[in-house]
Design a protein around this ligand. Structure first.
Ligand code: MTE
Ligand code: MO
Length: 530
């Protein structure tokens, strides 16, 4: 053991190197765990499992805040936040472990245990779920010990305990130590990085699924979508395109890792309050009479004026046909759809059995569903927010009753029912922009899915509401563009917009936050006219 010299002051850089050792040990833990997880079960990686558990613990207000603040980057922000917290704890573990191995080491063990526990509790976790965190933590401890052994011995902890029960890594003193430490640090960093990248490469599932998707030829529909009427788009430059390209389509879900589902073994099971259980495979789906339909999907977290909305042509099998085969029994009023990752949505049975185009979709804008949008099969139900209807990677439909079952977001403070509220937004001119006095083209989009938009009005400052010109309606299930010619005079002005749906209901002025059942209020933009 090193000579105890209680009065000796520690060189500050040694503390920093110990902290670095801790951070590198954590990186080793995560890298090795990533590699092991890639082999046994991708979502058992500790970061993924802990992040997933954190997301599942998210109440309505926090989801609302995260989406409002970070939009669809919410997952990246969560991972970054976890990285910072883990980094800080790991640095602490390094400093502590150098003074008292057992204390620092137990911090690493605790981090591994949290990962193992989270992975074990994930929906669908297998018996190997804890393995990645355990092996990772083991590797982390080894790295920590190896690195600390190359730092000069720390001053003895406390005179009261002159003979520590746990041996501290032995060390000689001097500059040779530092070089040895830095070499070991580089090697450790390289091992961690190679393991993490290797994990990505070994994780064949995402490549296999991407390849299967690329090879898939969509069947032609038994009922093709009507061609889009001329005039669905206004001629105002800058208004969002009527069809949202798949690559630009917003993505909202709780999945930190996009589920990789094998279409060859995929099936959906209809059960619960039914006369007959029905199972449908992907091959059966491809052979069925599919329909195409235009439906605009909207997220309940969309703020007034927000962009968590997109419109696509979906190819799918009508859910009412599937339910007709299963024959729901009297008393059933809801279908609880479940994703392969355990996420659920509760959809009123009526919305799935009436004549609207509620489908098990396999195609999006003439392509197989993108993996992030639910490959191989997702639900699309016109008129309802995504959280109560649009289950991606869907594998199970339980016919049940609202009185007997609750869906994922209903348990976290969101409303059980989620009909899309009538809304409209101004896209041109952009908020805060400057335009020339004279005739200014104003334009945007309005939506009231499954009812349809029949009027849009624009108000300048506190003037009279004036009718906007509506673009042609493609279907009551899609959004509708509008335009307005504004005779603008110099000065600062505020433009407001509101829509009226086919029930004659004018979009409410009352301001509501997205939680619990969708934002309301009028969208406005402030513009400078020169
Ligand atoms: N499996 C699964 N499906 C899901 C979700 C989810 O978290 N998990 N989120 C829903 C929500 S809240 C919305 S708004 C839509 C978004 O679909 P998109 O990502 O394809 O735009 O998916 C729905 N389907
Ligand atoms: Mo959503």
């Amino acid at each position: 053991m090193g000579t105890p010299s209680p009065g000796r002051t520690e060189p500050a850089h040694v503390q920093w190197l110990a902290a670095l050792a801790g951070v590198l040990a954590a990186a080793t833990t995560l890298g090795i765990a990533q590699l092991v997880a890639a082999i046994v079960a991708p979502d058992s990686a500790p970061l993924v499992a802990v992040g997933g558990a954190f997301i599942d613990a998210t109440p309505a207000w926090l989801k609302d805040f995260a989406v409002a603040t970070f939009g669809t980057a919410d997952k990246a922000v969560l991972l970054l936040g976890m990285g910072l917290v883990i980094g800080a704890l790991a640095a602490l573990a390094g400093v502590l472990a150098r003074r008292r191995w057992a204390v620092g080491a137990s911090l690493v063990v605790a981090l591994g245990a949290v990962g193992a526990l989270a992975a074990t509790l994930r929906p669908g976790a297998g018996p190997t779920a804890a393995l990645a965190s355990i092996v990772g933590a083991g590797a982390g401890l080894l790295a920590l010990r190896t690195l600390l052994a190359r730092l000069p011995a720390s001053p003895a902890p406390a005179p009261a305990n002159p003979a520590p029960t746990t041996p501290r890594p032995a060390s000689a003193a001097g500059g040779a130590d530092r070089r040895a430490f830095l070499t070991a640090a580089l090697v450790t960093a390289a091992v961690a990085a190679v393991a993490a990248v290797g994990g990505q490469l070994v994780s064949v599932s995402s490549r296999t699924v991407a390849a299967a998707r690329a090879a898939l030829r969509l069947p032609s529909p038994a009922r093709a979508a009507a061609a889009l009427p001329a005039g669905v788009e206004t001629d105002v430059v800058g208004v969002t395109s009527f069809v949202t390209p798949n690559a630009d389509f917003y993505r909202i879900d709780t999945a930190l890792l996009v589920p990789q589902v094998d279409a060859d073994t995929w099936s959906v099971r209809v059960h619960g309050l039914v006369e007959e259980e029905v199972t449908m495979t992907f091959a059966e789906l491809l052979d069925a009479e599919l329909i195409e339909s235009w439906t605009t999907l909207t997220c309940v977290s969309n703020e007034v004026g927000g962009d968590l909305i997109g419109n696509a042509k979906w190819l799918g099998y009508p859910i009412r046909e599937l339910l007709a085969r299963a024959r729901p029994t009297a008393g059933a009023d809801m279908v609880l759809s479940k994703s392969v990752d355990g996420w659920t949505a509760s959809t009123p049975l009526g919305a799935l059995t009436d004549d609207r185009d509620a489908v098990l979709a396999i195609g999006m804008n003439d392509e197989p569903l993108p993996v992030a949008h639910g490959f191989p099969v997702r639900m699309v139900v016109p008129g309802l927010y995504g959280y109560v209807s649009a289950t991606k990677w869907v594998v199970d439909l339980e016919v049940t009753r609202f009185a007997d079952a609750r869906a994922y977001w209903s348990d976290r403070g969101w409303s059980e029912l989620g009909p899309i509220k009538t809304a409209s937004r101004i896209e041109v001119p952009a908020a805060g922009s400057s335009v020339d006095a004279g005739t200014v083209a104003v334009g945007g989009t309005a939506w009231a899915q499954h009812r349809g938009v029949v009027a849009v009005e624009v108000q300048v400052d506190d003037g009279e509401w004036a009718a906007a010109e509506l673009a042609t309606e493609a279907s009551v299930d899609t959004w509708r563009q509008w335009s307005y010619r504004w005779e603008a005079t110099a000065g600062e002005h505020r433009l407001r917009v509101r829509a009226t749906d086919a029930d004659g209901v004018v979009q409410t002025v009352d301001v509501a936050a997205p939680a619990p059942d969708g934002a309301t209020g009028w969208h406005s933009v402030d513009v400078t006219v020169r």
